[in-house]
Ligand binder design. Structure first.
Ligand code: 1GP
Length: 248
């Protein structure tokens, strides 16, 4: 199959200060008709990336979901796996994450060891990502499922040192995540601190519901904005958020 190389897309966008919009699809949540509608909205909005995955997927629909997206869109598909069950050769790339905000060895390195041979076998592009859960005021599925404490909301210096360590270990990018459906977004002060600490792409998601929030997050230094929940309720919001961050 013809896959798109993703790393150059993200690196080039950062180099040109162009912000990217990623639409997150949870394969469990959408019926085929709603999925196609969402993908068409993403196309119309010129969304840059589609992330697929979830902290807990209860269905067996990952491959089918990717196939449907690919049938209806040219937007690159990147796996955002909540577990080693969520690896598929049908995607263009995978966020190969280490949960560096936590101290759960399985998510720091254990699951990566288990999944590495298969990912190599299917020749999937790996985007090495320092994944950092950030406390946004409530417990989320991601926090619970990871069995780890998130970074404190009001301690930017801890987030900065965490990203700095990940940078020194050679991770290629960082994902600051407030968790799906978070009441508030990641604290912009945390994003600013991480931006000052590392010169690598920063992905931010969790609780982003409108263009004004997306703009604040871009201003704080994010390179890629992720929206999930809000697009399920209101797919038309994709265009509003895309045009705001693309004109940044
Ligand atoms: C969650 O960052 C993503 O891991 C997106 O969050 O669903 O709240 O947009 P939302």
């Amino acid at each position: 199959m013809n896959r798109k190389a993703i790393s150059p897309i993200i690196t080039a966008a950062k180099a040109h200060s162009k912000k990217l919009l990623a639409v997150l699809i949870d394969p469990d949540k959408l019926e085929e008709h709603a999925l196609i509608n969402l993908v068409q909205e993403a196309n119309a909005a010129a969304a840059d990336l589609i992330f697929i995955g979830g902290s807990l997927i209860t269905g067996t629909s990952l491959d089918t979901c990717i196939e449907t997206v690919k049938e209806h869109s040219e937007i690159p598909v990147i796996l955002f796996p909540g577990s080693i069950m969520q690896v598929s050769p049908k995607a263009d790339a995978i966020l190969y994450m280490s949960l560096i905000s936590g101290r759960n060895p399985d998510l720091l390195i254990g699951n990566q060891v288990i999944s590495a041979p298969y990912i190599k076998q299917i020749n999937l592009e790996t985007l090495s990502t320092g994944y950092m859960l950030v406390d946004c005021g409530q417990s989320t599925t991601a926090i619970y499922m990871s069995g780890s404490a998130p970074l404190p909301y009001n301690k930017p210096e801890i987030a900065a040192c965490t990203a700095m360590a990940g940078d020194m270990l050679g991770l290629s990018q960082f994902y600051l995540d407030g968790g799906s459906g978070a009441d508030k977004t990641v604290n912009p002060e945390i994003i600013k601190a991480v931006r000052a600490a590392v010169d690598k792409p920063i992905i931010v998601g969790g609780g982003i519901r409108n263009a004004a929030q997306a703009k604040l997050i871009c201003e704080a230094g994010a390179d890629v904005i992720v929206i999930g929940n809000v697009t399920e309720e209101n797919p038309a919001i994709i265009k509003e958020i895309a045009s705001t961050i693309h004109s940044f």
